[in-house]
Each structure stands twice: as C-alpha cells, then as structure tokens.
Design a protein around this ligand. Structure first.
Ligand code: ZN
Length: 443
C-alpha cells in the first residue's frame, strides 16, 4: 500500500473509466487489493445518476432520486447476500448476517442525500466503501453482523433540518420535527407518508441493544490531508459550534455634514470587530471563527451606517475553549462599539456541543492506518456528520479520505482511487480487529 500514496490520478471530463484510471489503479486492476476501489468508485458513479434534477447530482430527502438510489442499492446489497429494508425515516439498511442470529451488530455507512448540484462522493463514498468491505469478505461470516446504512437525510436541505436519518436511530425525532414543512408546505410526516412509509413505525428505526459500534468513512471536505500528503485521517471528534448574531446600533446620519468625531458609525465598529474575530482565531490553536453574513442599514453610499447585523460562527474541539473565545469576542464587540458610541447586543442562533469519537474504536482505526503503512494523522472534524449523532447512543468512529483541492459540495468533488483502496483496507482491518476482540470476549 505504501507505494500508492503519491501516485497521481488524472481527472478528465470523459466517461467514468477514464476519469478514475490512475497508473496505480490500472496496475492493480484485477489484483486483490485494486478491485475494491474500482467497485466502490463504479458504485458512486452509478449512484450519481440517481438524481432529482437531470444534469446535476441533487437528491433531497425522500425525493425521486432517493427512490432511484434505494432501488440501486437494494439490488447491490441483495447480490452481496444482505437483507434489505427501508426504515420509516427513509434510511436504506442492508444487514449482512453474522455467524449466529443473535450476533451483535456493527453499523457502518453514511448518507446518500446531497446538497443541490453536488459532487458524487460526499456521504455516498462511505456507503460504497462499506459495501466494498462486505464484498471483500467474500460471503465469510463474522462473529458480528454488519448493517450497512444509507442515511436518508444529513444535509438538511429540504426541511432545513439536518441529520433526520441518523436522528431516527437515536430517537430524537419528535412531534416538532415531524410537523416541519418544506417550501411546498409538505410536512416531514406527510413526506414520509408520500414515500409510502409509515411514520408510526419510526420507533423501529432506532438502533437495537445489540448494536456495538458505528463506523463512518467520509471524504474530508477540506484541504488538511492533501496539504500533509496523506490519504487518510483518523477523526477523534467533531468540533463544537456556536453561531451568534451581533447587532451594532449607532446613528445613521449625513455622510457629508457629520464630522468624524461626532459619528456613531455602526459599520465602522463592526468592521473593526471582524478584524478582532480573525486575529483571535489565528492566535488560538484549533479555533476557527467566521463572519459569514452582514446586513447594513440604511445601506446608502451617502449615509453613515446606523445598524450592522453580523453573524459569527465559532468552532473548536473543546467546548471550554469555544465558550471562552465567544466571551472574548463579545467583549471585543462592546469595546469597538464603545469607542464609537455604538451599542452592541448579541443573540444566540445555534449551538452544538463538541462530540468525541470513542477511544477504543479510534485506537483500532489508528492502528489499522499505521499497519497499512501510512502516518497516523488524528484530526477534529470541523463539519457535522451522522457519526456525531450516532455517538450519543453507540461508540462511534470516523475515517476521513483525502479530498483533492479540498473541494466539496460541488460537482468537481473527487477522490483518488488509491486513497479509496486504502480506506477499504482500513475499514476491513478495523472489522478484523473487532472480530478478534469479540473472540476474546466470547472465550
Ligand atoms: Zn457528508
């Protein structure tokens, strides 16, 4: 595996075979350790054709594209000897039985919904790699069953409600969520009904007592692994996140007749503060902070701005660091406002506590990466994932796959065949490690 790391993968615009034929993949073709990536990438290409909007990859929650991807994956899973069902939240689940009917269950997979005009790998790759791993078992049965799950909804596009798929597994979909409506006025409950699923059976989507772990392989969607020259990253946790709206209120006035020392310029205060946000994040290890929106009023070239409403998104692996950063930032806003006679108020928009992946699983994954011949890079995910939701109920771990150019949520999203092969190998190796430890426990 070692020699595969730096091999280039040419990206052309023609058919799938050309796009993903690297010298490495070509050399491995037919070989035991090259077939997995070909299989997974071919599956991703076929899933990409399941879409709500022709000419793009767009699959929203419980849409026509979802139905197509279910039909495709059902056939694929059944051909691998799996029992397939769709739960009431629209998650497609394939069960690869263990040696006994009451075997514990390893859950693995990712989501198959997308943002509008997406790439073909975000989420989907995790399902394809899970199936490639089951396929590599060659009908061998383990001491545990493997349930491969294609989550129905992670991106939260249709209902502005992310993680509906994985939330069904941890029983956090309630009356409020089911009543949420999309742009057409269709509620989540109605969407479930229209998809010919029974909302009353939502409870049966929950993970069972025998489920002992969840493993998710996902593209990194960022530039870190590429910058390090590494194919894989071991995720230790998902960063906590907080979004706050900060409102700077000064006094609008004439841009020509109001001298500088008599102004209460809300935008000047906000602008100075944005500099503070960037500076604090740059000097705090692991902190990311983003001002992503700003509304200025009255918003005329010849008027001193009276109000600036600014959003800030702050994330860190440690909740205390994130909280302390947010306190510092709000103090800085008051300071910059105070200098200009501008008042500052803040309103919390959303908050997500940090989630840690389970140490035992993380260590098994790290050992598998190391044994495959790659340096072990542990990293915190700055984005939310299904594993973050599942971690509330079951030990969870994640493996990141290098994302060339860090490009994601875009048709140009890509992966290298050699990296995919490495990820399949690591997932299989973690399964083997779990198989050995199951053997120890059971005697
Ligand atoms: Zn994703």
């Amino acid at each position: 595996m070692n020699g595969l790391r730096s091999l280039p993968v040419e990206k052309k615009t023609a058919g799938f075979e050309e796009v993903y034929t690297s010298p490495a993949a070509a050399a491995m073709d037919g070989a035991a350790d090259g077939a997995g990536a070909s299989y997974a990438l071919d599956l991703c290409a076929r899933i990409a054709r399941c879409t709500d909007v022709e000419g793009t990859i767009t699959r929203l929650f419980l849409s026509a594209g979802t139905r197509q991807v279910h039909a495709l994956l059902r056939m694929e899973m059944e051909s691998l000897g799996m029992q397939v069902r769709v739960d009431a939240a629209g998650n497609l689940r394939g069960m690869y039985a263990g040696q006994s009917a009451d075997a514990p269950v390893l859950l693995t997979g990712s989501h198959v919904d997308t943002v509008p005009d997406a790439g073909r790998f975000d989420g989907v790759l995790g399902v394809a790699i899970a199936l490639a791993a089951v396929r590599a078992l060659g009908r061998r049965r383990l001491r545990f069953a493997i349930e491969v799950i294609a989550f129905s909804e992670e991106e939260g596009i249709r209902f502005r409600l992310p993680y509906l798929g994985s939330r069904a597994l941890v029983r956090t979909i309630g009356v409020q969520e089911l009543a949420r409506v999309d742009e057409a006025g269709v509620s989540v409950a109605e969407a479930i009904d229209r998809f010919r699923l029974n909302v009353e059976e939502l409870g049966a989507a929950a993970i069972t007592a025998g489920t002992f772990a969840f493993l998710e392989v996902h593209i990194e969607q960022g530039p870190v692994l590429e910058a390090l020259g590494l194919p894989l990253g071991v995720v230790t946790g998902v960063a906590g996140q907080m979004q706050v709206e900060v409102i700077f209120r000064g006094r609008a006035n004439h841009a020509g007749t109001t001298p500088m020392h008599l102004r209460h310029d809300a935008l000047a205060a906000a602008a100075a503060w944005i500099g503070c946000v960037e500076a604090l994040a740059k000097r705090t290890d692991g902190l990311v902070a983003t001002v992503g929106t700003m509304r200025v009023s009255p918003g005329a070239a010849n008027v001193v701005p009276g109000t600036a409403v600014v959003s800030v998104d702050v994330r860190h692996a440690l909740d205390e660091v994130r909280r302390s950063a947010m306190r510092d930032l709000l103090a800085a806003a008051e300071r910059e406002g105070g200098r200009r006679g501008v008042t500052v108020t803040a309103r919390e928009l959303s908050r997500q506590e940090a989630v840690r992946m389970e140490t035992g699983l993380v260590e098994r994954m790290a050992a598998a990466v190391g044994e495959a011949g790659f340096p072990v890079h542990r990293m915190v995910s700055g984005a939310g994932h299904d594993a973050m939701i599942l971690a509330k109920a079951v030990p969870a771990a994640m493996l990141f796959v290098r994302t060339p150019g860090g490009v994601s949520h875009h048709p140009d999203e890509t992966v290298a065949a050699a990296d995919v092969e490495a990820a399949i190998g690591v997932l299989l190796s973690v399964m083997e490690r779990l198989e050995s430890s199951t053997a120890e426990v059971s005697g």
